[in-house]
Design a protein around this ligand. Sequence first.
Ligand code: G6P
Length: 489
Amino acid sequence: RERSDERPNRQRLLVVANRLPVSAVRRSEDSWSLDISAGGLVSALLGMKEFEARWIGWAGVNVPDEIGQKTLTKELAEMRCIPVFLDEEIVHQYYNGYCNNILWPLFHYLGLPQEDRLATTRNFQSQFAAYKKANQMFADVVNNHYEEGDVVWCHDYHLMFLPKCLKEYNSKMKVGWFLHTPFPSFEIHRTLPSRTELLRAVLAADLVGFHTYDYARHFISACTRILGLEGTPEGVENQGKLTRVAVFPIGIDSDRFIRALEVPQVQEHIRELKKRFAGRKVMLGVDRLDMIKGIPQKILAFEKFLEENPYWRDKVVLLQIAVPTRTDVPEYQKLTSQVHEIVGCTNGRFGTLSAVPIHHLDRSLDFHALCALYSVTDVALVTSLRDGMNLVSHEFVACQDSKRGVLILSEFAGAAQSLGAGAILVNPWNISEVAAAIGQALNMPVEEREQRHRHNFDHVTNHTAQQWVKFFVSELNNTVIEVQKRIRQ
Ligand code: G6P
């Protein structure tokens, strides 16, 4: 097929992810309201001159009828988005089931589902079949829009089967796959019944990327020990074909956060927050309400801190923003009740008639409100039990240039590899250690805060989302050129 690109210097980039950066809500039979996600990757990609990006993914809504599919496709096209339509049954089996109940907990070291083991085992095959079917549906849409020379970048654990499906359509397609979660140790991955098929499918890609060196190492060791392939410093050798494996730590669009602090609406928010919490230090947690984020453990650590430090009881407040997510999965429903109970206990124990120690919000905040909150925070608590990277830590640092607040960061978040020297690193399972870190952060002298903040700020502003995209795509282009050279020799 001929290239339709009218700007020949810009490479077309097809970004394929489970979710589009836009969520759609139906207003009537043929009209939609579209809500563009405020995520950093979206704004980074849209602003890049080097690529002409298109997004392919699910719009998060069931659209069974032709009129709906046609009108939504048309509206999304204006935002350079291309929808994949998944019906309710597929969403249930592929997204809620295989992705979020099996792969997500496993990759975060929470194991395969413990409760109702038999049901899980019985459903496993049908969920895996739905997973493959959904990946094939994504591949069909990519294939319909693909033009020679395009780069196809597949994202995350939802689409591990996609590289294989794409290469079956066209072995010359440039295909990269990036995992946003941890890749677990071989001993964990080997428990997955579909361990072999998934690894082989990912290896069909030309380039496979991870946030940290450890995740890449775990992946290579799973390929050598489960598939018996050879791992080299460059990647994995499979019958004379090399799949390049490399590390690409993601970042944020830091300028967007720094600029937002100048916006009058944000400054007004900042003034209000300062007034509301005058005389108290502000601690902040911003997480999706997910078991990997360690929210109950964080609250227990804060409770322990208050228990051991009566002086601080009326001088500190913890604001915990817990954004609801995957609410159809029972594990997530249970977590919501558990968090509410723990927050209620701590507030009951240490609250007074005029103030409570924890303000817990089950909802997301808009971008400006979030920036204002980051900016007035004295101590941020990012205490995930496991996390691929965690960009809340980066966002907090970007908004702290005048305050030099302290970041308490889990050693099990990918971000610990790069912000470790500036943050206080903790084991989030160790409640006493986190409580002690809270004390250390609240009492930290300003010179030390300055030094730690400087380290983190330099990292966050020098390793941006834009650089991450450029680095991955140029590595993918180079990998394909290298492989072609080798074949010719
Ligand atoms: C994680 C995953 C993403 C996912 C996001 C939100 O960050 O790595 O791929 O989109 O969570 O989860 P959701 O299930 O709502 O898309």
